[in-house]
Design a protein around this ligand. Structure first.
Ligand code: F0G
Length: 482
């Protein structure tokens, strides 16, 4: 499938689309970038988009729409109840997953809220390959506990294992036996696995997990938010999937998991969220929460134009010539960074490139937040906004002690169909400069620390004057260049 170039051996991803609408970007001078990151409390969530050149915060809700998606928005039917738009969303979900029962919600975490409300009771456990921030917050809010069962290989930053998101099946069985199936609210498979570097889960492992759930009579839930990348990796890395169509893979998974939910900000290149199941029993159990928290059953808090874009975007998630773009651009970025010696999670996963900040600044203790510090340095170096996915993104324990992240990652997300290859090369170049000047990077300390989801609005201060020194070095190395 990759198109070969004649005059070079380099593996260059070739887009099967062209750009037909653009947005102007700004690249501020380096002194301005220093000011902006300090004003933002060293939290990239608090930067303003006008001050950012490459927004690599997330792949959520920032993917480029296709011409057909934009066109479909014109036919949106905004009736409160019984909207034709919802029927088109249902038809698209059926085409992609083969499921008939569909509940709408305003985004992925709203689906998680509903799943937790319906199935998590105090003292219960939810088993998963790895947690996601909002998933865990909803489960613990209701008195449940999250237990992570990813195979040990998933936490090794650099390896050539193709499926680092796989469950440890032995541990899964042992944990079910330890707590007893009645205490297990559900088993949740996150495919791909966000917080460990967008790493995929193999089809074989997912089917084995669903079998185990079936044997013990436990609900199985698939978080399909990152499934389009995961399906790409199954097709390209797992021999048994090579000759399956993407649709066969989606359908097989849907037939084996009790409940599927996803953020349409990722899957579907749009906005919104969906819960779906083959058996109406599950959607019936959750239905009452939709009008309570989201909106009527035919819009669930979503804007109808986004729903139309989602319907078309879901169909595009079946097309390898669309879903290859994200993973192939990420692989290109990861390869460039790796060539430059920058410690980056390998193999390349979905969602974005993930820098291993424990290796980046090995002397820095977790409680000076190495991943956030590297993120601030990257913004200063290039106007590039990444996201901390390390200790700052964790929650303190009940007794206030810091919970150190297993991996201190700085994520550089690659929104789908958005950036050009020269922009990706610029990103690799500026990160290399930060890597070469890593001895200048210092730590951060809290000035405002919210109790829940602190990474969204917390503020931090740089310890000492390392950021000013970084700017001085930038000016020495780059002269007049922005
Ligand atoms: N599940 C996964 C695997 C996700 O990556 C996300 C969101 C959600 C659920 C929640 O969906 O944002 O629509 O409420 N991830 C985004 C990110 C926020 O930037 O990684 P949501």
């Amino acid at each position: 499938m990759p198109v070969k170039f004649y005059a070079t051996d380099e593996k260059i991803p070739l887009e099967m689309h062209k750009v037909r609408m653009i947005q102007k970007l700004n690249l501020l001078p380096v002194e301005e970038r220093l000011k902006k990151i300090q004003e933002a409390g060293n939290n990239t969530f608090l930067l303003q988009n006008k001050d950012i050149y490459l927004d690599m915060l997330t792949d959520s809700g920032v993917n480029a729409m296709s011409d057909l998606q934009t066109a479909s928005m014109l036919q949106a039917d905004d009736s409160y109840a019984g909207s034709e738009t919802f029927n088109r969303v249902k038809a698209a979900v059926k085409e992609v997953f083969g499921t008939e029962n569909v509940l709408p919600a305003h985004q992925g975490r709203a689906c998680e809220n509903i799943l937790a409300e319906a199935y998590v009771k105090p003292g219960m456990v939810a088993l998963m390959n790895f947690h996601f921030t909002t998933t865990k917050a909803h489960i613990t809010r209701l008195g449940g506990e999250v237990i992570e069962l990813v195979q040990k290989k998933g936490l090794i930053p650099q390896s050539d294992d193709p499926f680092k998101g796989d469950f440890d099946l032995k541990e899964l069985k042992a944990t079910i036996k330890k707590y007893g199936p009645e205490k297990v609210a559900f088993v949740r498979v996150e495919a791909g696995t966000n917080l460990i570097g967008g790493q995929p889960v193999s089809l074989e492992n997912m089917l084995a997990v669903s079998d185990i759930c079936h044997d013990y009579g436990i609900k199985s839930i698939l978080d399909a938010s990152l499934l389009q990348d995961n399906v790409y990796f199954m097709k390209t890395r797992e021999p048994q999937c090579k000759y399956m169509t993407t649709k066969e893979i989606y359908h097989l998974l849907a037939s084996r998991f009790d409940i599927i939910y996803f953020s349409a900000r990722k899957l579907g290149f749009s906005r919104g969220g969906i819960i779906t199941s083959v058996d109406p029993k599950y959607t019936n159990e959750m239905m009452e929460f939709i009008p309570l928290y989201e909106g009527f059953l035919t819009y669930g808090g979503m804007e109808v134009r986004s729903m139309e874009a989602m319907a078309q975007g879901l169909l595009e998630s079946l097309d390898m010539e669309y879903i290859n773009q994200g993973p192939e651009f990420i692989e290109y970025l990861v390869n460039d960074l790796d060539k430059y010696g920058v410690p980056v999670i390998k193999p390349a996963g979905g969602l974005g490139a993930h820098l291993d900040c424990q290796a980046f600044v090995p002397e820095m203790p977790h409680n000076q937040y190495p991943a956030a510090a590297v993120g601030a340095a990257i913004y200063i170096a290039g106007g590039i906004r990444g996201m901390e996915r390390g200790t700052v993104s964790e929650q303190r324990e009940e007794d206030g002690t810091e919970r150190f992240a297993e991996l201190e990652l700085q994520r550089l997300a690659v929104p789908r169909r958005v950036y050009t290859l020269s922009q990706i090369k610029y990103c690799a170049d500026r990160v290399k400069w930060v890597w070469d000047n890593r001895n200048l990077i210092g730590g951060l300390e809290w000035t405002l620390e919210p109790k829940v989801l602190r990474f969204f609005f917390g503020r931090m201060k740089e310890i000492g004057y390392w950021q000013e020194e970084l700017v001085e070095k930038f000016k020495q190395d780059f002269g007049d260049s922005l």
